[in-house]
Write a protein that binds this ligand. Structure first.
Ligand SMILES: [Zn+2]
Length: 235
C-alpha cells in the first residue's frame, strides 16, 4: 500500500491555525464556531479546541488526539470540539482524507437551513472540482447521528451541508479541505444569486459529460454528478 504523505506536527498545527484565521476573516465562523483537524499519522491527529475563536488560535491551544478520540497532548487544559466525532468518522471512511474543516459560511448555511443541496451544474470548474454537495439530515450538535450522517458522504463527495447547521469539507491536507469549503460557499453564493435573478441555467448534460472526463487529470476522484439540462434540439 502506498505510504501516506503525512505532515509533521509543526506543519499540521501551522496549517490549522492559518485555516482558522482565513475562516474567521472570510466570515465563515461567528464566536467560537467551527473546527479543523489534520492527521499526522495513521493513528494521530491535531485539532482545534472548543471555546476559542478560530481566528485567533495559537500553537499551544491545539489538541493532539488518537483516531479513537482519546486526547494525547494538550496544553492549557483545552478540550477538543464535540464535533471532532464527525472528523473521526470521516477519517474512518477514507485513508486518503488527511484533513477536515467545519464552519458556518453564511450562504452555504442558508442552503443547509433550507435543506437544499448544491446539486445544480451552474459553473464548469465546480462540476469538475466539487461536484454535488449533499445535505446531511438534521441531528443534534455533537451527536453520533450528526457525525455519521455527514461522514457517510465520504469518500463519494467532497463535503456536505449539515441541515440547519453549516458545512463540512475534507481533503488531502488542511488547505485542500479549506479550499473546498471556500468553493462550497462560492458556489452557494452563485446559486443564490441565480435564484434571486430568477434565472437558474445549468449546463447541458453533454457539457457535464465532457467536464467529468477532466476529473482524473485534475486529481479529483469523487464528487458525484450535478444536475444539468437536456441539450436543445438543433433548430
Ligand atoms: Zn458547527
Amino acid at each position: 500500500m502506498e505510504a501516506r504523505k503525512y505532515p509533521t506536527d509543526e506543519d499540521a498545527k501551522r496549517d490549522i491555525i492559518e485555516a482558522g484565521r482565513r475562516m474567521y476573516v472570510r466570515g465563515f465562523v461567528a464566536g467560537n464556531d467551527g473546527n479543523i483537524s489534520a492527521r499526522v499519522s495513521d493513528t494521530e491527529l491535531w485539532t482545534t479546541p472548543s471555546g476559542v475563536s478560530k481566528g485567533f488560535m495559537t500553537d499551544d491551544m491545539l489538541v493532539k488526539m488518537d483516531i479513537s478520540g482519546n486526547v494525547l497532548e494538550v496544553s492549557g487544559g483545552r478540550k477538543p470540539s464535540s464535533e471532532i466525532k464527525m472528523h473521526l468518522r470521516v477519517y474512518g471512511r477514507s485513508r486518503d482524507v488527511l484533513a477536515v474543516c467545519h464552519a458556518h459560511p453564511p450562504v452555504a448555511t442558508t442552503f443547509a437551513a433550507a435543506g437544499i443541496p448544491l446539486d445544480s451544474a451552474l459553473l464548469q470548474e465546480a462540476v469538475v472540482l466539487l461536484g454535488v454537495i449533499p445535505v446531511a439530515e438534521y441531528a443534534p450538535p455533537g451527536s453520533e447521528e450528526l457525525a455519521e450522517g455527514a461522514a457517510r458522504f465520504c469518500p463519494g463527495y467532497n463535503g456536505a451541508l449539515l441541515e440547519h447547521h453549516g458545512a463540512v469539507s475534507w481533503g488531502g491536507d488542511v488547505m485542500g479541505a479549506l479550499y473546498r469549503l471556500e468553493s462550497i460557499e462560492y458556489n452557494a453564493t452563485v446559486a443564490m444569486y441565480s435564484r434571486l435573478m430568477g434565472v437558474e441555467r445549468p449546463l447541458s448534460e453533454r457539457r457535464i459529460d465532457e467536464l467529468l472526463l477532466l476529473r482524473p487529470a485534475w486529481g479529483v476522484s469523487g464528487g458525484g454528478r450535478p444536475k444539468g439540462i437536456r441539450e436543445e434540439a438543433p433548430k
